[in-house]
Design a protein around this ligand. Structure first.
Ligand code: TEU
Ligand code: CA
Length: 557
């Protein structure tokens, strides 16, 4: 069979815990995903990436895996997962599984045996002596706050956890670890899985264990010394033997130079990468827990840099605004209020016409917004709860700390999927247990049921964006040229492929804007837009209404 051409594909991401609950326990489940396959099919996507549902204590909602070969009973059974793969397959949709191999839950058998003192398994992890004064081996910080080292009294040693204290980092320098990982990947390939998303995979190769005098330690383990070797080996021993499998690596704080290799056409590593630099434009450097306005110029610079340089190096991006770790994009860069619909469509347009494989995160296709929580007790995420305390320890008032959590919390993307206007938004039935995390009140106005009935809805618009990538080769294969690079309001670019041209024009703000230096659009046709009456201006220039976006196409120059 010919190699899978993922350039025309679109991926739909599901966070199963918040997607659909079929047995009234307040937690989404696999049968819930099965029940919504026709909806996902209607959107037109090619793959479903589901975040992990393996056996786990759920301290980090499944990113703390206890057993990679079995399904957490809260989500369902192995038979359910097999049925999901088969039913999705019948609809032409492949399943991408989320493989977390940087760390395991401390409840995983390997860690349990390590804690019993078994030297074979102790070497699966990073156990290290403290400094002579007894303090942690290095000053590295956990991504969820606090030290990245946890003291174990009975060994008088510390173990490394870059994330939660219950997520122990695996030692990939140990060949036995790498062999176990390969076994797991092959197990799921044999079940008919069509793709993999590898969690924080650029952190698996640790460098020197030294104090970081400038930062939190990430420079010692990000894109580490053997990373390309380990990825090539994983590729060769597992998914590389099947040309139908698509892979995406989640790259934490990576460099573009490393991504040329991770996602190069012929480098034998992965199909594509998620990078996050464009989603730190409302941070202060790497510091997320602050309130600063989004820097639009920086956003454009970063997206365009990744678009053009990855193209030059024949490498492939995953393109996205949203996932289960990010606030909702319409709240973040758009407008939840008056221009909710226009801004959600504008943001979708920008992503879906870029060079790369677009990812749609559950609820994005209906313009779901951030949470409406008013009290810290409503938040569930370990990262948010940790930082709520850390911010107050640093001297912030409870209300200032809360405001920061509200804006940046990962829970913004984790409230239940809004299917309809009923009590629990159709996520679970009204006589069931209360959902594990609060439903947004706005589900009476923002829900899938209503949008399916409305030809002008955000859902219908996403459907068109997805169909357009399949119809127009220029979107999947074309080069990219940034336009209006220094402009204060416009996000625009040109794509070219074999004489076909596509121009995307978007007003990123809620104020009408006169774009004097707009490219000439004679010979182009507006193939999609978020206003019903977008026309080619007669005297050059382009007036963009609030959040107006349009896609202009010319079959040949
Ligand atoms: O996330 C990796 C990661 O570093 C971030 O997205 C993280 O949530 C953020 O930087 C914190 O500010 C992946 C998963 O997507 C996430 O859900 C897991 O919690 C994490 O790995 C650990 O497995
Ligand atoms: Ca359930």
């Amino acid at each position: 069979m010919a190699e899978k051409d993922f350039r025309k594909s679109v991926v739909y991401q599901i966070y199963p815990k918040s997607f659909c609950d079929t047995n009234k326990d307040g937690l989404g489940d696999i049968r819930g995903v099965i029940s919504k396959l026709d909806y996902i099919k209607e959107l037109g996507v090619d793959y479903i990436w589901s975040t992990p549902f393996f056996v786990s204590p759920q301290n980090d909602n499944g990113y703390d895996v206890e057993d990679y070969y079995n399904i957490d009973p809260r989500y369902g059974t192995m038979a359910d997962v097999e049925e999901l793969i088969a039913e999705a397959g019948k609809r032409g949709i492949g399943l991408m599984f989320d493989m977390v191999f940087n760390h395991v839950s401390t409840r995983h058998e390997w860690f349990q045996k390590a804690m019993e003192g078994d030297p074979y398994y102790k070497d699966f992890f990073f156990f290290r002596k403290g400094k002579p004064d007894g303090s942690a081996p290095t000053n590295w910080e956990s991504k969820f706050g606090g030290s990245a080292w946890e003291y174990v009294e009975k060994f008088d040693e510390y173990y490394l956890h870059l994330f939660d204290v219950t997520q122990a980092d695996l030692n990939w320098d140990n060949e036995n670890v790498r062999k176990e990982v390969q076994k797991i990947v092959r197990f799921w390939m044999d079940k008919g899985v069509k793709g993999f998303r590898f969690d924080v995979v650029n952190l698996i190769s640790k460098g020197a264990f030294e104090d970081d005098t400038e930062g939190d330690g990430r420079k010692y383990y990000t894109d580490g010394p053997n990373i390309h070797k380990y990825l090539k080996e994983l590729h060769d021993m597992t998914f590389g033997t099947d040309t139908q499998i698509v892979t995406v690596g989640e790259m934490s704080s990576t460099s573009i130079e490393n991504c040329y290799q991770y996602a190069g056409r012929d480098t034998g590593e992965l199909s594509m990468v998620f990078s996050f630099h464009h989603l730190k434009v409302d941070f202060m450097g790497n510091e997320k827990w602050v309130l600063v306005p989004a820097d639009f110029q920086k956003l454009k610079d970063i997206i365009f840099e990744w678009q053009t340089k990855m193209t030059e190096h024949n490498a492939w991006n995953a393109v996205f605004w949203c996932n289960h770790d990010q606030p909702r994009v319409v709240s973040r860069f758009g407008d939840e209020g008056r221009y909710w619909k226009q801004s959600a469509k504008m943001l979708g347009t920008i992503i879906h016409c870029l060079r790369g494989t677009p990812y749609v995160y559950q609820g994005e296709e209906i313009g779901m917004t951030n949470t409406d929580f008013t009290d810290i007790s409503q938040f569930r995420d370990v990262e948010s709860l940790n930082h709520y305390c850390i911010l107050q320890e640093k001297g912030l008032s409870a209300s200032d700390a809360f405001r920061i959590i509200q804006i940046h919390s990962r829970d913004n993307g984790r409230t239940p999927m809004q299917w309809d206007g009923t009590k629990y938004a159709g996520f679970s039935s009204e006589d069931g247990k209360e959902p594990w995390i609060g439903v947004n009140e706005n589900h009476t106005k923002i829900n899938a049921g209503d949008q399916l009935k409305d030809e002008d809805s955000i859902f219908r618009y996403y459907q068109k964006l997805i169909a357009m990538r399949k119809e127009l080769d220029v979107i999947a294969y074309g080069d990219i040229e940034p336009l209006a690079e220094g402009d204060s309001s416009v996000f625009a670019y040109r794509r070219c492929w074999k004489g076909q041209e596509l121009i995307v024009t978007a007003n990123f703000y809620g104020k009408e804007y006169e774009w004097k230096k707009a490219p000439k659009l004679e010979g182009f046709k507006c193939v999609l837009g978020n206003y019903p009456d977008t026309k080619i201006p007669e005297n050059g220039g382009l007036t963009l209404r609030p959040y107006e976006a349009a896609v202009w196409y010319s079959p040949q120059i």
